[in-house]
Design a protein around this ligand. Structure first.
Ligand SMILES: NC(=O)c1ccc[n+]([C@@H]2O[C@H](COP(=O)([O-])OP(=O)(O)OC[C@H]3O[C@@H](n4cnc5c(N)ncnc54)[C@H](OP(=O)(O)O)[C@@H]3O)[C@@H](O)[C@H]2O)c1
Length: 314
């Protein structure tokens, strides 16, 4: 199959492209930067340079590639995620999830792609009511904190546009929090990993927010499966062990040989890191991967972050 990967140079793209090539697929990898063309080539793909926010450039790149499937893995999240300025941190990503999705869908429709797989997120977008582990049938948050409203709207827009595209098999993959090579929870440069090592990531309040993680290699594996045989809809791409922050952070610290994280009360967490950080620590929901395993035939190399943190940080 010929696959067009938008975001070939990102943390996910760098795992996805080689896995597709190893499965015998032909890959065209998009980057916005000429200087990253060699990176795309080294992953085994043919590079194409285009700005995802330029509809004509995207249309031309896709038309020339003539792919049978498109993977939309565009984000702009390099650098620290500032939870105090969440919407500002996600502003460009939100454009990639709205305008960028429109442009790729239009370009894919023009060449008649059979599948269109796009990146979404499992975690804070879920409604913060009811059970702590969500399936694909559970609703997204209709009353999100103001500080994440626009970002959630962009996620909802992406999911609805992609799964609503009746002319193709539109699939949204809700990945858990990435860890592993080239992520912020990966060696050697991962910022969040450093924060755990240096005890700068305390457990806030009751620490009962559930975190669902996924090793970046397994996220790519699920994406390959979705590109090859996924049916229209959304899928949670998370590992088998969603864990409360109060369990995950001390266990991760121990696995990394660091001291236990500090605990701070909710009011102090809000003062130090803002409302979104408190929500992430106390209210977010985790996700079940049963549908993705059942329907995509997806198998995880790291079923739990416990093994992944020992063997898979890179
Ligand atoms: N589920 C999750 O936890 C999750 C999801 C996404 C990201 N993250 C985290 O965010 C951090 C950064 O992610 P990342 O390394 O993937 O980098 P990134 O800066 O978010 O970029 C991702 C991809 O989007 C492409 N892109 C961005 N803007 C573009 C544009 N205007 N036109 C064309 N392509 C564009 C980039 O290509 P070029 O730069 O080559 O143009 C790159 O291939 C990592 O720590 C990662 O783990 C986490």
């Amino acid at each position: 199959m010929k696959v067009f990967v938008a975001g070939a140079t990102g943390a996910l793209g760098q795992q996805l492209v080689p896995q597709l090539v190893a499965r015998g697929h032909e890959v065209v990898g998009m980057t916005s930067k000429q200087e990253k063309a060699d990176l795309v080539r080294s992953l085994g793909a043919r590079p194409v340079v285009a700005d995802a926010l330029d509809p004509d450039a995207v249309a031309q790149a896709v038309a020339q590639a003539e792919p049978e499937a498109i993977a939309h893995e565009l984000t702009a999240l390099a650098g620290a995620i500032d939870l105090r300025n969440f919407e500002k941190t996600f502003a460009l990503t939100n454009r990639l999830r709205t305008e960028g999705t429109d442009h790729l869908l239009a370009a894919g429709r023009a060449v008649g792609v059979k599948r269109f797989v796009a990146q979404s997120f499992a975690g804070w977008p879920f409604a913060r009511t009811g059970g702590m582990i969500k399936t694909e049938d559970d609703p997204l948050d209709n009353t999100p904190p103001d500080a994440i409203r626009t970002t959630l709207e962009a996620i909802r827009y992406l999911e609805e546009s992609v799964t609503g595209a009746s002319w193709t098999e539109g699939i949204a993959l809700r990945y858990g929090g990435f860890y592993g090579p080239h992520t912020s929870l990966g060696n050697p440069e991962g910022e969040q990993l450093e924060m755990i090592r240096k005890r700068k990531l305390p457990v806030v309040g009751n620490g009962e927010g559930i975190w669902s993680l996924i090793h970046i290699e397994d996220a790519a594996g699920a994406t390959v499966a979705a590109l090859e045989n996924g049916g229209r809809g959304v899928y949670n791409i998370v590992d088998d062990e969603p864990a409360p922050a109060k369990e995950f952070l001390p266990a991760a610290a121990e696995l990394l040989g660091a001291r236990k994280p500090m605990r701070v009360p909710r009011w102090l967490g809000r003062l130090l890191a803002g409302e979104v950080a408190v929500v992430m620590m106390t209210e977010v929901r985790g996700a079940s991967n049963a549908k993705a395993k059942r329907e995509l035939g997806w198998q995880l190399r790291y079923p739990s972050w416990r093994q992944g943190f020992v063997k898979g940080l890179g």
